[in-house]
Write a new protein. Structure first.
Length: 315
């Protein structure tokens, strides 16, 4: 059972007139896993008189703070079905981005592993033992996995608004093609999150704050978090954007604010940024294997020239 299924099912049933208690029990009739178990506990808490927000807040490992905050405001405003639909769409977006990243990196990863096995092949033609070849293969894989492992550990240790996380995210944005992909996907997430919260009737200050934390990139969040202070001063959100925010993005946002068509503008910005992000990710996936091929050819030629030179030096 996934968050998207739970929220979407609950929203549909509540909109159809089914009580929250009955909707929860119906949603857990089938399924398994951590989300399923948490929903069962939430259903029991609802029977005891708890609100939905208070019930899911007891399971922070399954339901993030963001979910709790959105549902809490929605319960007070009487727009729970709309909020649940929005959360379902949010988790659908996260899953979509994950699939985009998976499809973009699958081929380069395969090429990297193929290169690890192909690059040491000249050792076998030089009469070296199989053990030497395997050692070279695993040494290459070690140097491939080491930086990935370090990055994963850093991401785990620097969750939230952490200076080290911001430095790492800024560095990723500087990687050719990949940086542009991550930048546009981050702005797309921001627009989608902002639109979702805005349509649920969340106060503008909270909407700006939550949306800035949904980008998935600390460096991009820092560019947008000034919108909260801007709203507190009675100014439009865009007045708080950092100068580092792309001019075309900021200009279109301001147009939506001044014309009173912010929802339509957010939808357009979201669609445009996601499309551009996917384009750059596909380009990165195309060029990374070519770079690997070039390195492979260079190493192979260097090995052949070295072997030929050694043969010529034999008296």
């Amino acid at each position: 059972m996934k968050h998207q299924q739970v929220y979407d099912g609950l929203a549909n049933m509540i909109s159809a007139g089914i009580s929250l208690k009955a909707a929860l029990h119906t949603s857990v009739a089938k399924g398994s896993g951590a989300v399923h178990n948490a929903v069962i506990a939430v259903a029991n808490a609802i029977e005891s008189g708890s609100t939905l927000a208070a019930a899911i807040a007891k399971h922070p490992r399954v339901f993030p703070r963001f979910d709790t905050a959105v549902i809490e405001v929605a319960e007070m405003s009487g727009r729970l079905p709309e909020a649940l639909h929005a959360l379902a769409k949010w988790y659908g977006l996260k899953l979509r981005i994950w699939h985009i990243l998976q499809s973009g990196f699958a081929y380069p990863v395969i090429v990297l592993h193929a290169g690890a096995f192909l690059l040491p092949l000249p050792l076998l033609f030089q009469g070296r033992a199989l053990v030497d070849y395997l050692f070279a293969v695993f040494s290459t894989l070690f140097y491939l996995y080491l930086p990935v492992g370090v990055i994963v550990v850093i991401f785990k240790l620097t969750r939230g608004n952490n200076p080290f996380r911001r430095v790492l995210d800024s560095a990723l944005l500087m990687v050719p093609l990949l940086g542009k992909a991550l930048l546009n996907l981050a702005f797309g997430r921001y627009c989608f999150g902002f639109l979702m919260l805005y349509q649920c009737g969340i106060p503008m200050e909270k909407t700006a704050g939550f949306a800035a934390g949904l980008t998935g990139n600390a460096a991009v969040s820092a560019m947008l978090e000034g919108g909260v202070q801007s709203v507190r001063r009675g100014l439009p959100v865009s007045k708080g954007f950092s100068p580092a925010v792309p001019l075309d993005f900021k200009a279109l946002w301001i147009t939506g604010e001044t014309t009173g068509r912010l929802e339509e503008t957010l939808e357009k910005l979201y669609e445009d940024r996601m499309e551009v992000g996917q384009h750059y990710l596909r380009q990165f996936a195309r060029w990374l294997p070519r770079v690997i091929y070039a390195v492979f050819v260079f190493v192979l030629l260097h090995s052949m020239i070295s072997r030929f030179t050694n043969i010529l030096q034999i008296p």
